[in-house]
Design a protein around this ligand. Structure first.
Ligand SMILES: [Zn+2]
Length: 284
């Protein structure tokens, strides 16, 4: 099924904090599907979305459906819900309707510095998420334990987008490879661990991404820190001295490697020159 570009426009509507409806020049309608099977009388519907193609993998739905919403909660999803008494009815018959999408690799720690960490290379999550059907982003290690409290106060707590984070194993976060690694000899794993535990609702993993040393200590420390907290290790592609195969050998099931198919100079992609997945990648 292809996405359609539409001229149709209604304003954004906040629902339940992280949920939203966004139409206008968008490709997807994102919406949180808290589906209740309870019967909803027509007069209890604040908003009725008519005729959209609902794609909801968790509930195994891919079909034309109506959605009834009341007090910000999705009350009913059915093939035909009466418009009678609904306070507002929106025809979404040319649109896809899905749970809010999650972007698992972003850098949203904006600020006055150069670069990503509290810097101008990061982007404001709310500026790109809702129009693309995204309701949750995961920031990929733009902050470390030293900067996470600032990131939380300035970005996480102030964004309408739900912002989760992989904590950078390097204390200052993404402040450029050289500066990041100044702390390499004194990895403060204990402090990072305390930060993960203190902000366990926000931090969903540990990231290592920019590292040019030959010592496996930070990589293995990041993995151990993640796994001890029941979270994945998130590995970006800027680790120049370790081969892809060796990196995978230091990771375990559930961990994440980024830029997997991209031909970056610092690490080979997971596929070979013929586009076939390399055998050692399949083994991992
Ligand atoms: Zn990244």
């Amino acid at each position: 099924m292809g996405f359609e570009r539409l001229e149709f426009s209604i304003s954004q509507i906040n629902m339940n904090g992280n949920c939203f409806i966004q139409t206008g020049r968008t490709l997807v309608i994102g919406i949180c599907l808290f589906i209740s099977t309870q019967y909803v009388a027509a007069q209890e519907i604040d908003l009725l979305l008519k005729g959209g193609h609902v794609i909801d993998p968790k509930n195994k739905i891919s079909a034309k459906m109506d959605i009834a919403i009341h007090k910000g909660i999705i009350q009913k999803v059915a093939s035909n819900i009466s418009e009678k008494g609904a306070k507002k009815v929106v025809d979404v018959s040319r649109m896809l309707v899905s749970p809010g999408l999650i972007d698992i690799h972003t850098h949203v720690f904006t600020g006055p510095n150069a670069g990503f960490g509290h810097g101008s290379s990061s982007v404001m999550s709310d500026d790109f998420t809702f129009r693309a059907g995204i309701t949750t982003v995961v920031d990929a290690g733009t902050s470390g334990y030293k900067t996470f409290p600032l990131f939380k106060e300035q970005i996480i707590d102030r964004s309408r987008t739900r912002v989760l984070a992989y904590l950078n194993v390097f204390a200052p976060g993404m402040v450029g490879t050289a500066a990041e690694q100044e702390d390499m000899q004194a990895l403060k794993i204990e402090e990072a661990d305390q930060t993960i535990k203190k902000y366990s609702d926000n931090i969903v993993g540990v990231k290592i991404g920019h590292y040019s040393g030959k010592d496996w200590k930070p990589f293995d420390a990041a993995a151990a820190l993640a796994h001890a907290n029941g979270r994945p290790l998130f590995v970006e592609c800027h680790i120049t001295e370790f081969s892809l195969e060796d990196q995978l050998n230091h990771m375990k099931s559930g961990d994440i490697i980024t830029h997997a198919y991209e031909n970056v100079s610092e690490r080979m992609p997971v596929v070979d020159e013929n586009g076939m997945v390399r055998p050692f990648v399949l083994d991992a």
